[in-house]
Write a protein that binds this ligand. Sequence first.
Ligand SMILES: Nc1ncnc2c1ncn2[C@@H]1O[C@H](COP(=O)(O)OP(=O)(O)O)[C@@H](O)[C@H]1O
Ligand code: SF4
Ligand SMILES: [Mg+2]
Length: 336
Amino acid sequence: MTETEKPLLEINKLHTWFPIQRGIMSRTVGHVKAVDDVTLKVFHGETLGLVGESGCGKTTLGRTIVGLEKATSGSVTFDGHDLLAMSERDFRPFRKRLQMIFQDPFSSLNPRMTVQEIITEGLAQFSMLEGSPAEAAARLLGEVGLDDQYIHRYPHEFSGGQRQRLSVARAISVQPQFIVCDEAVSALDVSVQAQVVNLLMELRDRYELSLLFISHDLSVVRHISDRIAVMYLGRIVEYGQSDTIIEAPHHPYTQALISAVPVPGEPKKQRVVLQGDVPSPSAPPPGCHFHTRCPFARDECRGQAPVLANAPGTSDGRHLVACHFADNLHKTDTTN
Ligand SMILES: Nc1ncnc2c1ncn2[C@@H]1O[C@H](COP(=O)(O)OP(=O)(O)O)[C@@H](O)[C@H]1O
Ligand code: SF4
Ligand SMILES: [Mg+2]
């Protein structure tokens, strides 16, 4: 990626709020601010990792990008086209170009359909089938490292890792440019996780795919991602090259996430244990959303929300952090 390169996906001030309705008149009494002012870019052929604890809004962000959730405001621009301003009809070709892989293939793969039906469904829908469905299914199984003899089997006949390979085959069948992988390996054993992550990396490189790789687990995200965005309660709190985020995190939340991940060959870090759970996105703490759990919070943090700005010592937008005191805090030594 270069600074002059145009991003494939550009998200600007995106909000996805869910109304909270009460009473027989379904009066709206508030909103769950699942995505609350997110600005991000994803470049051609790159993997952006999106990390944060459960409930931070990662899935909602991914679903909004691919059109499965309706945004409240903001824009999502894909290859120069404003997706949120489009009619359903104009959006149709983008359904093919943007795909999503989910955590739980049991619920995303129809148990009554054969492998062939599942992975050629999109090809038929978009009139992309060349040759017979059986030939297309066999070729796609080969792409994801599965035996082409499996085309007449059903999802329950496969292991968790194999089912996730089927999800990958289905996603790549329609030749997308962008795939949201939402906790795509989180339910798998560690060794199987690595195999599926390696498969995604191979396919990304072969087809110059861009990935938004969502996980609550930073150790998985760091392995696959070129850049990492850290999300907390609907907002991005830190964003930059993977190595920078891992080696020089500036936000106390990122520091806490990283302290929980052992790095081979590096001294063990002192674990920063965060107190309490993520607060409710229907009533986020005022000021810095993180102040209720931040070991460094001061009065200013409770009154005023920090903006996402260049990290101290940088000016090129490649490393952004949202903390009033990032300047001092990045010197905090978490090495024990
Ligand atoms: N359809 C929905 N209606 C209401 N609230 C929702 C809906 N989907 C998600 N949420 C809420 O939005 C917040 C963010 O959820 P989610 O995007 O699933 O986070 P994550 O993927 O980081 O765990 C949570 O509080 C969740 O309960
Ligand atoms: S702004 Fe304050 S509360 Fe928020 S992360 Fe920085 S120090 Fe902590
Ligand atoms: Mg999720």
